[in-house]
Ligand binder design. Structure first.
Ligand SMILES: [Zn+2]
Ligand SMILES: [Zn+2]
Length: 336
């Protein structure tokens, strides 16, 4: 099978031929149909973050494909079934986080395409308990972006606790943001979309955003404050500055949910306005298996649209460059 491999951090990926992986107990082997490119894969390949993956490894945590072999003890999945393999590749199931519905915070978790080989390959392994069944009728190329971009923004809006009378600012309308706009609209909120690209603001409008803010031309915080400030803001752009403006755009009691991960990023939180305004800054990382099941359920019901473009895996390095330049319209999905 072919796989795109990070041989050394910061170097281009190399397409190589590898033997088919063999599922161990509790695992399944999947024939990958579609695999999304998430910004995290680029951070992984570049070794941007404090905890670095160890090369050689195969990135990719938006893998969707067909189960083709069951490891020992796997009884709830069957050969021929379509599943998705998210970032949360495994969690212990026993710690306080796992037991309280926060498996995404498990200290022992294993991350797909980071701690173990991921979905930039024709075949991959997954822990059967964390391979999410994809409902019938959902296109694998659409399921792929939902597996990280979808579940991550869906969860972030849950964490933000938004309601139908809230103003929600979505900062960054890319692979994540275009889905965040839709989930916020499904929740009934008024949505302010913030970006620095005409195409992306147009896309946000298409998807139902009520207020469009071009951060090149106006200060998003000032615009949001004209509406009384946002009840919640999702920081989805890999830009430190956008976190600060989203924070400044909150109303009293507002919540900034941090999702994007600019390497070495930091935000100054002013103590005075945080105390008097009762504002919160919250981090949110991906989502649980239940969150992903809900994301698929919404899509199967026709309530979300996934904007993506397909590419061959052989173009992985060009695609990385395009994502870094911000010239990709939404999500790149590799078709195997
Ligand atoms: Zn991701
Ligand atoms: Zn755990």
């Amino acid at each position: 099978m072919k796989a795109a491999v990070v041989k050394a951090l910061g170097e281009p990926l190399v397409i190589e031929e590898r033997p088919d992986p063999v599922p161990g107990p509790g695992q399944v082997r999947i024939r990958v149909e579609a695999s999304g490119l998430c910004h995290t894969d680029i951070h992984a390949a570049h070794g941007d973050w404090p905890v670095r993956p160890t090369p050689p490894f195969v990135p990719g945590h938006e893998g969707v494909g067909i189960v083709e072999e069951l490891g020992a003890g796997v009884t709830h999945l069957s050969v021929g079934q379509r599943v998705a393999v998210p970032w949360l590749g495994w969690a212990c199931g026993r710690c306080e986080h796992c037991l309280s519905g926060w498996e995404t915070l498990c200290e022992q978790q294993v991350n797909t395409g980071y701690g173990v080989d991921g979905a930039y390959a024709e075949k991959m392994l997954a822990h059967a308990d964390f391979a999410q069944p994809v409902p019938d009728g959902v296109d694998p190329r659409e399921a792929a972006p939902l597996t990280c971009a979808g579940v991550t923004t869906y969860k972030a809006l849950k964490v933000a606790g938004i309601g139908p009378t809230d103003l929600v600012a979505i900062s960054g309308i890319g692979g994540l943001g275009h889905l965040a706009v839709q989930y916020a609209k499904i929740a009934g909120a008024t949505v302010a979309a913030i970006d620095i690209s005409d195409d992306k603001l147009r896309l946000a409008a298409d998807l139902g955003a009520d207020i469009l803010i071009d951060a090149r031309k106006e200060d998003p915080a000032t615009v949001l404050q004209r509406y009384g400030g946002a009840h919640a803001a999702l920081a989805l752009a890999v830009s430190e500055e956008s976190f600060a403006t989203a924070l400044a755009g909150l109303r009293r009691g507002g919540r900034l949910v941090m999702v994007a991960l600019p390497a070495d990023g930091a935000v100054q939180v002013p103590i005075f306005s945080t105390v008097l305004g009762g504002t919160s800054v919250i981090g949110s990382i991906v989502g649980t298996r239940q969150d992903l099941a809900e994301v698929f359920q919404l899509h199967a019901a026709g309530r979300t649209r996934v904007i993506y473009e397909t590419r061959p895996l052989s173009s992985v390095n060009e695609c990385v460059d395009e994502v870094l330049k911000g010239t990709v319209k939404a999500r790149v999905v590799f078709e195997m």
